[in-house]
Design a protein around this ligand. Sequence first.
Ligand code: ADP
Ligand code: MG
Length: 306
Amino acid sequence: ATPTAVTVGVGRAAEYGILIKNGETLESSQDVDVVVFDKTGTITEGKPEVEDIETFDMEESKFLQILSTVENNSNHPIAKSILNRFKLDNIQLRSEGREDLSLLDLDDFENLTGKGLKANVTIDREIKPVLAGNLKLMEAEGVFVSEEVLNKFDTFVSQAKTTIVMAVNGEIKGIITLMDKIKSNSKHTIDALDEMGIETYMLTGDNEKTASTVANSVGIDNVMANVLPNDKLDKVSQLQKEGKRVLFVGDGINDAPALSQADVGVAMGNGTDIAMESGDIVVMEGDLENVVASIQFSQKVMTRIK
Ligand code: ADP
Ligand code: MG
């Protein structure tokens, strides 16, 4: 039978917006050694804004139309932001008395995790292969990246922007960049964990420069960039093999394996359904400080039981 303290504890936590799925989680949470964070949507708001668009041999509106057609099939925060920009540009076009652009026909959509998107899009009545994602995707698909594109890409990345390129028919047609805000309480959360003697890691599929800029500004010591979802899972397992008790915090589909593997999986309440299903704890509104609260809470409850 569950000790009363646990039942009461789970109930009290819920009042604070911390949904604990079972009493055992309280036990595993009390002596966490390491907290591993995902970046996008966990440390950052996950609502990136489009910053720059640079096209090569293509009108910006057409670039955005093709890109939005592909992104319309993804539920990554990047996709939502690009579609938002497309809608705004359409409103602008209409206000200028010009006809707005609609999404194009699309087929054979593929989501290549950690790399980007691939689909066939009907452009000017011709079906053309389109790729949208990072340089790993371009490399994997054999797309030639010119010195000019590479230089632009590096400049954007050095400004800590998430940088995406789009290729049509194997030719790069443009670069789009996005910038995400760090959550207001991320720094405070990391400071609190530091004080509790808990080690922190951040894992992200984003580029090295963006990753380290974010990690530095909140005080996370260990960063791994350009990681695939399975690398997140592997990192958690590796830390566990070193004898550490690991709490993983994430929000996306790509975090589900790591959330399940961790001793304690904490999902952001505004995250994807699969992440919320995989977590042991769901924190409402994606409030990061509730990660610290969950640990402190379980310590209190467990002391009371002993
Ligand atoms: P994270 O949640 O840490 O950003 P992901 O694995 O979701 O990690 O994404 C890793 C990278 O894959 C992104 O930084 C981006 O370069 C690329 N990517 C993912 N989804 C998309 C998308 N919808 N459009 C373009 N690129 C994408
Ligand atoms: Mg994420």
